[in-house]
Write a protein that binds this ligand. Structure first.
Ligand SMILES: Cc1cc2nc3c(=O)[nH]c(=O)nc-3n(C[C@H](O)[C@H](O)[C@H](O)COP(=O)(O)O)c2cc1C
Length: 200
């Protein structure tokens, strides 16, 4: 990672304008994902996160599937036109990271530690959120722009079929990324004094 931690933290934004132009090698993208999956923490070190990286025609196929699935759901043509435009914008990117959590791991924890039964699905999502953030920020630090999307659960069956995903993997989020073509707008921040209390 070439930027320091705080610079990466500040520079990570939701980038919706992305292109297929390569910024770093596919090996580098895989390194970002491998490091993130390996070192992001999980409850009881359960390592329930699963990731699928879609590049080239797989990335295009994913956004075609999502668009066609939404076509059947979105009521009128006018509404679908803006949905189709969004799908087209994501498809214009370089790749997509799919985030899953393995339900069989969560269920195993629930039966082994019944005291925390209700917490394991929540912690599984916490851990996935951490991983999403690390990969999002890691890709940003390498020069790609990304945004976080949630077209699950309507696309789940199609995705599982197309990429032969194990049944126990639950789709949580999608991160389309590519070379930024649009700068993000100004972001408003609430006063930190209203959000943080310090006692010393
Ligand atoms: C848990 C979570 C869910 C989000 N879901 C979506 C989403 O479904 N679609 C989307 O375009 N952005 C989504 N976002 C992006 C937020 O809208 C965005 O991060 C926020 O407005 C701050 O902007 P920034 O990412 O540019 O800093 C999500 C962000 C988080 C943390």
């Amino acid at each position: 990672m070439s930027k320091d931690f705080y610079a990466a933290l500040k520079n990570r934004r939701s980038i919706y304008g992305i292109s297929k132009e390569q910024v770093v090698s596919d090996d580098k993208i895989q390194e970002v994902i491998r490091e993130a999956v390996k070192y992001t923490p999980s409850a009881f070190n359960s390592q329930s996160a699963r990731v699928v990286l879609l590049l080239d025609e797989h990335h295009d196929k994913f956004w075609d599937i999502t668009k066609e699935t939404l076509r059947k759901i979105v009521g009128n043509d006018e509404q679908f036109a803006s949905t189709a435009e969004k799908m087209g914008a994501f498809r214009s990117g370089y790749g997509t990271v799919l985030f899953f959590e393995d339900d069989s791991v969560v269920e195993g924890l629930q039966s082994n530690f019944p005291l925390y039964k209700d917490n394991f699905p929540i912690w599984s999502h916490h851990s996935s959120g951490m991983l999403q953030f690390v990969i999002w920020t890691g890709l940003e630090a390498e020069g790609y722009g990304a945004s976080l999307q949630h077209y699950n659960p309507v696309i789940d069956d199609q995705v599982k079929k197309e990429w032969n995903i194990p049944d126990s993997w639950k789709l949580i989020a999608q991160l389309p990324f590519g070379k930024p073509t649009v700068q993000p707008g100004e972001k408003e921040f609430q006063p930190l004094e209203q959000r943080i209390k310090v006692f010393k």
